[in-house]
Design a protein around this ligand. Structure first.
Ligand SMILES: [Zn+2]
Length: 78
């Protein structure tokens, strides 16, 4: 019986350890997410004028677009 109790305690400790560790990882993720928008470069869509993060945009002939659709529409217009 004592053997099972010991095992149970070991598992409970391991579970608590893993849980606290993953919580710490989530916290650092949240911190990174909070600091990102301020650092992130913004671009303006040449078609509709909306602002969006540079890494989410679509580039065409050195111009930035918010979506692939707007990139295509600009290509069609010119
Ligand atoms: Zn657009």
């Amino acid at each position: 019986m004592l053997k099972y109790l010991t095992l149970l305690v070991v598992f409970a400790l391991a579970y608590a350890f893993i849980k606290s560790k993953s919580r710490k990882i989530l916290k650092t993720d949240d911190l990174n997410r909070d600091s990102n928008p301020a650092v992130e470069d913004m671009a303006r869509c040449q078609h509709c004028g909306v602002h969006f993060p540079l890494n989410e945009g679509f580039r065409s002939n050195g111009l930035m677009f918010c979506s692939d659709e707007h990139r295509k529409e600009k290509d069609r217009a010119s």
